[in-house]
Design a protein around this ligand. Structure first.
Ligand SMILES: Cc1ncc(C[n+]2csc(CCOP(=O)(O)OP(=O)(O)O)c2C)c(N)n1
Ligand SMILES: [Mg+2]
Length: 334
């Protein structure tokens, strides 16, 4: 974010430039407003869809990259290359350090949800503690899937990938319930690769029916982590930001155990509550996956809600001029 904010030209190659990847996050409105954008996409409908572009190129990213390279002089970009490389390295390591020391979420001015969520469960892991624990056990070569929800959004900052086709995300439609089926598909396609799916507890509930299918022998083993904060967190966040904590339908049943449901489906279910237990459970689940065992890890976490969050989706409601409750009249016959 900090680096792209300084760009005067952006070559958008291998990105859909969707709102999730261009909107402000962590309080930084980073998308460079005056930068000339060269957008490459196989789908012509996407050119200029989310950002005005200076140049639009319809084509396969790999072929376009090769064609651009072929036109460049051998010394193109050499000027200042070392200092740019150093700046990228410094900025990335500063961010990694910042992430490793972040435990909790700030509250937006005028709201207190995160402070209350921490106080309500002082001994519970926060989302970022859970992600750091996961990082300690996630193999470099793993394929991961992510779902739609606040914990998955927070998690996008943590893993990094050294090879392509390692990260499956629900994309612009943003359907909750994507994490589990996506990781099952990844394992079918890449049976020798460790795979780990991630979902919030609400989103997971949408897809959990698949647990009844995948215990059968012909299904390959997967590992799934469920962030158990007993709430539809991302929706609750809208309510804390715009509707004075007037929560409607955001609470999940604390009497339900996904780990127990996994066990009832003939799979392995484990519930964890500390960083150490989460790291250990993920580590042994990945080892067990290689031996054909599927594990669902239900990670109990507090109810903090964090960055990044799509604040463009709603606005604070405003009073409608001239309307008063006294103007309301019962309808005839009611
Ligand atoms: C099928 C579907 N229904 C509803 C939504 C709207 N939605 C977006 S995030 C979210 C809450 C997700 O809650 P959870 O999975 O528990 O994750 P958390 O935010 O608590 O980490 C909902 C309902 C959606 N994206 N997709
Ligand atoms: Mg949740």
């Amino acid at each position: 974010m900090e680096l792209i904010a300084k760009a005067d030209v952006v070559l958008a190659l291998g990105t859909r430039l969707n709102p999730f990847s261009t909107l402000p996050g962590y309080g930084i409105d980073y998308w460079p407003k005056d930068a000339a954008i060269i957008q490459v996409d196989l789908n012509p409908d996407r050119i200029g869809l989310t950002k005005p572009v200076a140049v639009g190129i319809v084509g396969d990213a790999g072929k376009v990259a090769d064609a651009i390279l072929a036109k460049l002089a051998p010394d193109a970009g050499d000027a200042g290359r070392e200092s740019r490389r150093a700046l990228i390295g410094q900025t990335k390591s500063a961010w990694a350090q910042q992430l490793s020391s972040m435990d909790h979420e700030d509250d937006d001015p005028g709201t207190t949800w995160n402070a209350r969520a921490r106080d309500a469960k002082p001994d519970w892991m926060s989302p970022r503690m859970a992600w750091r624990a996961i990082q300690s056990a996630l193999p470099k070569e793993a394929i991961i899937s992510s779902d739609i929800g606040n914990n998955c959004a927070i998690g996008n900052a943590y893993p990094s990938f050294e090879a392509g086709r390692k990260y499956l995300a629900p994309g612009l439609f943003g359907p909750c319930g994507y994490g589990l089926p996506a990781i099952m598909g990844a394992k079918i396609a890449q049976p020798d690769m460790p795979v780990v799916g991630f979902a919030g507890d609400g989103a997971f509930g949408i897809s959990m029916n698949e647990m009844t299918a995948i215990g059968r022998k012909q299904w390959p083993a997967i590992t799934m982590v469920i962030f158990r904060n007993y709430q539809w967190g991302a929706e609750k966040r809208n309510t804390t930001l715009w509707f004075d904590d007037n929560f409607v339908g955001t609470e999940l049943n604390e009497g339900v155990s996904y780990a127990a449901i996994a066990n009832a489906c003939g799979l392995k279910g484990v519930q964890v509550q500390t960083m150490g237990d989460l790291t250990a459970a993920l580590d042994s689940a990945i080892k067990a996956q290689a031996q054909g065992e599927t594990t669902f890890i239900e990670a109990l976490i507090n109810q903090e809600l964090g960055e990044p969050f799509r604040r463009d989706a709603m606005k604070k409601p405003v009073g409608v001029a001239g309307i008063s409750a006294d103007d309301m009249r019962p309808q005839i016959g009611v």
